[in-house]
Design a protein around this ligand. Structure first.
Ligand code: COA
Length: 297
């Protein structure tokens, strides 16, 4: 689909995207690149990074890949520094790296829980921590008035509760808390806007294939308000909106991009029956009010 944004909305900006070699992260890399940004992507697998970087180059996008694991502070530091050395500045950090698998709470080991916390929550904070120096107003390559921006990708799982996702729900809740707290502190002190995106189920992503494999996908569609999956494009457009000047007054927001799914619950009454039943109940309660002594009628 064609972008509704002008092609130069991120012109001259440099973006570092963790997990930028695949899934949602790669689509954000692509769309940011198509809208003028230079792209650094960070990931654990060299072959995935190489493929992603050459796909970006083939679209005329300036891009570089850096191997690294967001769980390791030394990797985070090296990749942020390498991005700065390569492009001479850093304007946008997108934390899209995440880990996930379906597991019941009783079958999850503490180490499994910790692993996802480490990737999603601690990893996000670590990247922010290492990038602060370059994103703050007056930092290397920046003017004394303009700070950069951070986007953290979370989820809606923790708004209610989610089956077999205790570890990810906990991790994403921490990511959202991190987003809001950094928005407050770093917005005030350093002019850095920090926002989040909470995607719903997005087709053709590693997350979707892990959380809703074909075996259960057809059943889960029964509960989706728009009765369709989102596309990676939907998340990338939201990211563009928040990262560009279109979002210059938005700070500390977590934009839900899920077609309304998190609000949904199974319909307990067919629509055709509602009117009839509701009118009948009204009539009954007028004729025989509940709680009013019959002697008063
Ligand atoms: N069910 C239950 N426990 C699981 C599991 C599963 N499907 N997969 C991993 N674990 C547990 C392991 O048993 C281990 O715990 P233990 O030491 O108590 O046995 C712990 O999680 C760490 O697993 P390990 O395979 O060593 O971690 P890793 O660092 O190699 O991989 C994962 C991290 C598990 C998150 C892996 O799925 C991953 O790399 N994911 C990144 C990609 C991804 O998930 N994308 C989707 C984003 S939405």
């Amino acid at each position: 689909m064609e972008s509704p944004f002008k092609a130069e909305v991120l012109k001259g900006k440099v973006a570092l995207i963790t997990g930028g070699g695949s899934g949602i992260g790669f689509e954000i890399s692509t769309q940011f690149g198509k809208h003028g940004a230079s792209i650094a992507i960070m990931g654990r697998r060299k072959e995935v990074l190489d493929l992603a970087v050459s796909a970006l180059h083939s679209q005329g996008i300036q891009a570089v890949g850096f191997e690294g694991d967001v769980r390791k502070q030394e990797d985070a530091k090296r990749v942020v520094e390498s991005t700065f050395k390569h492009f001479g500045r850093l304007d946008i950090l997108v934390n899209a790296a995440a880990g996930n698998f379906l597991v019941s709470a009783e079958d999850l080991s503490p180490n499994g829980f910790r692993t996802v916390m480490d990737i999603d929550s601690v990893g996000t904070f670590t990247m922010c921590h290492e990038a602060l120096k370059y994103l703050k107003k007056g930092g290397p390559g920046r003017s004394s008035s303009g700070g950069g921006t951070i986007l953290n990708i979370s989820a809606t799982l923790h708004y209610t509760a989610s089956w077999y996702q205790i570890h990810v729900s906990a991790a994403k809740a921490a990511v959202d808390a991190t987003t809001r707290n950094l928005a407050l502190e770093w917005g005030t002190d350093y002019d850095i806007r920090v926002n989040g995106i909470a995607p719903g189920p997005i087709s053709d992503t590693p997350g979707m294939s892990k959380l809703a494999p074909d075996e259960i996908n057809s059943r889960s569609k029964d509960y989706m308000p728009l009765y369709k999956l989102g596309e990676k494009w939907d998340i990338a457009m939201s990211a563009l909106y928040l990262a560009s000047d279109a979002g210059k007054f938005i700070n500390g927001t977590i934009l839900i991009v899920d077609g309304g799914l998190w609000l949904s619950r199974p319909r307990h009454l067919p629509k055709e029956e509602v009117k009839q039943l509701s009118r009948a109940v009204e009539k009954r309660s007028r004729d025989k009010p509940i709680g009013v002594p019959t002697s008063k009628l």
